[in-house]
Design a protein around this ligand. Structure first.
Ligand code: BES
Ligand code: ZN
Ligand code: ZN
Length: 494
């Protein structure tokens, strides 16, 4: 759906549109609802009473106001009890609202901004707009038949009494999240490492970011043996993608973002069962989040310098693929014994993190769909947060909280490092047959490649969903973009 938001200072009943949306807080009208009800001589409250409309969250009631009237219809939108409202309620309302308006077939509507004493106008406007733009996301690029193949369905939504600057910011952030979703949803035969690099370059050029892409020979030449080892089995050659955002007046530290960029993960010779391969086009969701965040950063222009690194590859089987027992020489100089070719993400990330460090990053945030173990620990809605630096960890966690993305800290238990000792090389890529603590050992492995403050977000759970969710359809969720933007655009420099 092509959704355009328009913010206006006027009240909801002062903006002409065929449909007007007003909120109902647990059986009671909002201020805007009362105005409208009065104008239509209590038609709305009468209908609400007759049909026992309670205004539970997401419940809706369409009320015809008259054939030749403008608006012709009112949509009562249930928000639940005012006492229990959080900003997430407003974000979800935005998403649900847009889906409902589209389902009813309206091309234009006006909604109130669901203001309450709980938060300010800016916060509410931001959450409603962000929710609407995320909820309006559709993925139908490859559909040629049926209702969902309809491209370019348009909807114009007016937000009455909204903050224009908050709506603008929401547009930038939500567009970046949807850009990340598109990358994740793209099938792996289309989105190869070269194509991912192409899209990153096009985006960088469009928005004025510096961009550098290394091909296979350059990756090898640079000494990225761990990354290259993973990539060597695929007919689709790897790419190392680097983007830089330089502020006009730089203040403080340089932050590096690193994203796992496996455009497909078969598991390699430690082959995944076919069922586990079904979602593995999502294995570049960390890269998508990082690229999405760079997109928003380029437009929001914060004062902190941000560098993004993506080691893009495909984990395949062939006569040239790496095997179990191979020893790879990483960019750091450390040698790694491969015990499982399906623990490939950490190999590609080891070199990307080393490179980010060598290039002078002061702090690193790395996002990856790294372990199934993290999904077992925290489920599909919550990302695991690991850090070697309590302060940096807290900063990222707080940014995620403000952004409305769920992350939870897990311990970097040093004792488990024992399990990664190798008889042959400096370190092994997995702890062997034992599956316990798999998300933690993966994080410990990554932390071996930098002394700088590092946050590792294991997004294997929330990056992708096979079911529709509150803020969008099944597929890539764009998880991480909002947290990164919040982190870099507000916590700027110190
Ligand atoms: N890409 C997977 C992790 C994953 C699992 C992402 C489920 C999204 C959903 C990763 O490369 C992987 O296969 N990890 C292994 C590690 C193991 C071999 C130590 C895993 O989790 O089983
Ligand atoms: Zn894997
Ligand atoms: Zn993987």
């Amino acid at each position: 759906m092509e959704l355009t938001l328009k913010s206006a200072r006027r009240f909801v009943d002062e903006i002409p549109a065929p449909l007007v949306v007003v909120g109902v807080w647990g059986g009671e009208f909002s201020e805007e609802g009362n105005r409208l009800d009065a104008r239509y001589r209590k038609a709305l409250s009468r209908m609400m009473g007759d049909l026992h409309f309670r205004g539970d969250f997401g419940e809706t009631l369409l009320v015809p106001l008259g054939k030749d009237e403008e608006p012709g219809f009112a949509l009562l939108f249930g928000l639940g009890k005012k006492r229990g409202v959080s900003i997430e309620t407003i974000r979800k309302a935005g998403a649900k609202l847009v889906q409902e308006i589209a389902r009813l077939g309206f091309k234009e509507a006006v909604t109130e901004t669901f203001l309450s004493e709980k938060f300010g106008k800016v916060e509410a406007s931001y959450a409603l707009a962000e929710g609407a733009l995320l909820g309006g996301y559709t993925w139908n690029k490859y559909k040629t038949t049926g209702a969902s193949s309809k491209r370019g369905e348009k909807l114009r939504l007016w937000l009455a009494r909204a903050s224009g600057s908050a709506v603008n910011r929401a547009e930038i952030v939500a567009e970046a999240v949807n850009f990340a979703r598109d990358l994740v949803n793209e099938p792996p035969n289309i989105l190869t490492p070269a194509e991912l690099a192409q899209r990153a370059s096009a985006m960088a050029q469009e928005l004025g970011l510096e961009v550098k892409v290394w091909d296979e020979a350059q990756i090898k030449q640079a000494g990225m043996g761990a990354f290259y080892g993973v990539a060597q089995g695929s007919a689709n050659p790897p790419r190392f993608i680097q983007l830089t955002y330089k502020p006009q007046e730089p203040a403080g530290r340089v932050v590096a973002l690193v994203g796992k960029g496996l455009t497909f993960d078969t598991g390699g010779y430690s082959l995944k069962p076919s069922e586990s391969q079904i979602t593995m086009k999502c294995d570049m969701a960390g890269a998508a989040a990082v690229l999405g965040a760079m997109r928003a950063i380029a437009r929001l222009q914060p004062t902190v310098e941000v560098r993004a690194y993506v080691a893009a590859a495909e984990n395949m089987i062939s006569g040239t693929a790496y095997r179990v027992s191979d020893v790879l020489k990483s960019l750091s100089g450390k040698t790694i014994e491969v015990l499982n070719t399906d623990a490939e993400g950490r190999l590609t990330l080891a070199d990307a993190i080393t490179y980010a460090d060598q290039q002078g990053a002061d702090a690193i945030v790395e996002l990856s769909t790294l372990t199934g173990a993290c999904v077992v620990a925290l489920g599909e809605k919550v990302a695991g947060l690991f850090s070697n630096d309590a302060r940096w960890g807290r900063e990222v966690q707080e940014a995620a909280e403000r952004a409305g993305e769920k992350v939870w800290p897990l311990p970097m238990e040093e004792e488990y490092l024992e399990a990664l000792k190798s008889n042959t090389a400096d370190i092994k890529n997995t702890h062997g047959r034992s599956r316990s603590g798999g998300a933690i050992t993966a994080a410990l492995f990554l932390a071996e490649f930098t002394e700088k403050p590092l946050v590792h977000l294991d997004i294997a759970g929330p990056a992708y969903t096979e079911k529709n969710h509150d803020l969008g359809p099944a597929g890539g969720t764009g998880f991480g973009v909002r947290t990164l933007v919040e982190l870099l655009d507000t916590a700027a420099a110190d």
